[in-house]
Design a binder for this molecule. Structure first.
Ligand code: GAR
Length: 193
């Protein structure tokens, strides 16, 4: 059974989808802990599913390395086989990436390498493209630059707002994330940096 730690910053809708998938007895992975960089609303999903949570507040640390060191200490308690960044809106420090690589994956609301970074949906809208997408990647030292594990196109429709487009992308992200975690757990997908 693959053990998974999920890190979030926001509402955790993708986390919730993974928790729902993982509660089926034949799903080959279990979420063992959910962490956040703030008092994120999404932690409530973990609590509802009886999954332990922790918070390492970004603003209580002097810099990325200090924050990442504490995050690393929290993760070590659980020694997860896989870390899923599911809407974590912070870059991990290189030392933490090196410790777990290539066993850290990230969901992103764009068709990478298009529109990396914190505003993937907004940037796609601003560029006026007719389609964007969703991606699941391996985390490396860069910004959304690691190997792509799964991705799918999503249309941009006339009149779309950042919210409406993001809401169209998220169900695709959820499906890709669940498939990727399942395939990592069964060994159908091998992670490489
Ligand atoms: C997701 O769309 C995720 O891909 C994105 O934040 C959203 C979190 O939604 N992450 C990034 O943009 C990272 N660069 P959720 O909290 O409802 O799951």
């Amino acid at each position: 059974m693959l053990t998974v730690a999920v890190l979030i910053s926001g509402t955790g809708s993708n986390l919730r989808a993974l928790l729902e998938a993982a509660r089926h007895p034949d799903f080959p992975a279990r979420v063992v802990v959910v962490g956040a960089d703030r008092d994120a609303d999404g932690l409530a999903h973990a609590e509802e599913f009886g999954i332990p949570t922790f918070t390492v507040p970004w603003h209580e640390h002097d810099n990325r390395d200090a924050w990442g060191a504490e995050l690393g200490r929290q993760l070590e308690v659980w020694s997860p086989d896989l870390i899923v960044l599911s809407g974590l809106m912070r870059l991990l420090p290189a030392s933490l990436v090196a410790q777990y690589a290539p066993h850290i994956i990230n969901t992103h609301p764009a068709y990478l390498p298009e529109f990396p970074g914190a505003h993937g949906v907004r940037d796609a809208l601003a560029a006026g493209v007719s389609e964007t997408g969703a991606s699941v990647i391996v985390v490396d030292d860069g910004v959304d630059s690691g190997p792509i594990l799964a991705q799918e196109r999503v249309p941009v429709l006339p009149g779309d707002t950042e919210h409406s487009l993001h809401e169209r992308i998220k169900p695709v992200e959820r499906r890709l994330l669940i498939e990727v975690v399942q395939h990592i757990a069964t060994g159908e997908l091998a992670l490489t940096s």
